[in-house]
Design a protein. Structure first.
Length: 52
């Protein structure tokens, strides 16, 4: 088993319920499905963290 590198330990995968155009605003529904309030995240915060 390989041990993850320090860089790999700092990575995350974000899987969302948004379409390409919807990444600027958080919504609880997509494609006829409605998700819990906890599914809404601050995408701007995620974007800013990604680039810093």
């Amino acid at each position: 088993m390989r041990h993850p590198s320090e860089a790999a330990a700092r990575h995350q995968v974000v899987i969302g319920l948004w379409d390409h155009g919807g990444t600027g605003s958080a919504v609880r529904s997509f494609g006829g499905l409605r998700f819990a309030e906890s599914s809404v995240i601050g995408l701007r915060t995620v974007h800013l963290a990604w680039h810093s």
